[in-house]
Design a protein around this ligand. Structure first.
Ligand code: CA
Length: 236
């Protein structure tokens, strides 16, 4: 069955170009031009991916992502009008999986779309496996920090902490490579699934959020340490 993509873009010519190119690749595509319709369509369609513009009538893309993130785990690729750090950070904070700055080439868009759909497929497979009731709970324990791979839950001193899907994936990736120096580019490629040099500040932002949750003192981290000129290393 072809994968379904919801395109949310109010600029009609771009909306048509996106739809045309995605359909040409074999995807089922639905298009809407405002935030409210985006919510309705996403709930009805349950797409595999949402391409979501930020500046939209009725309700902006941030708000749409924030609402949908609570209801579904669909991959969200955000379109930003300018290369704005704030937009990017807010976008990731509300749960976007990736972002693309306008103007972009269709080739670039297609690479991101494919990377996100591939990631979503892998995640579904993994989740399907972990939902099997017969699987014993697999856990990674680091002193008072426990990562429950079955429930995709993290506890600190026995209490579950609020952790976003991307933060969980990053923490798990770091933990699985304990005491290894991991470059930002490598982390980006493996956790975000980007096939080319993306923006490594994305990694820094997520590490900062994780530290606030799992470090005793996030300004003096002992679990996720920064390696000078390199990247990060998980100490446990
Ligand atoms: Ca727009």
């Amino acid at each position: 069955m072809p994968e379904t993509i919801l395109v949310v873009e109010d600029e009609l010519s771009l909306q048509e170009t996106l739809a045309y190119n995605l359909k040409k690749e074999g995807y089922t595509v639905e298009t809407v031009g405002d935030g409210r319709s985006a919510l309705e369509s996403a709930r009805r369609l349950k797409p595999d991916l949402i391409v979501l513009d930020i500046m939209l009538p009725e309700m902006d893309g941030f708000e749409v992502a924030r609402i949908l993130r609570k209801e579904m785990s669909t991959a969200i690729l955000m379109l930003t009008a300018r290369d704005d750090e704030i937009d990017r950070v807010v976008g990731l904070e509300v749960g976007a999986d990736d972002y693309l700055t306008k103007p972009f080439s269709m080739r670039e868009l297609m690479a991101r779309v494919k990377a996100q759909l591939r990631r979503a497929r892998l995640l579904r497979e993994e989740m399907g496996k972990s939902r099997d009731a017969n699987t014993p709970h697999e856990k990674l324990t680091f002193d008072n920090l426990v990562i429950d791979l079955t429930r995709r839950e993290v506890t600190l001193n026995g209490e579950a902490i609020q952790i976003k899907p991307k933060e969980y994936e990053l923490l798990l990736f770091l933990a699985e490579h304990r005491r290894q120096m991991l470059s930002r580019e490598f982390i980006l490629e493996r956790v975000w699934g980007w096939d080319f040099i993306g923006d490594s500040r994305t990694v820094d932002v997520h590490v900062r959020w994780l530290r606030q949750k799992i470090e005793a003192d996030s300004s003096n981290p002992t679990r996720i340490v920064t390696v000078r000129g390199g990247g990060y290393r998980f100490e446990g």
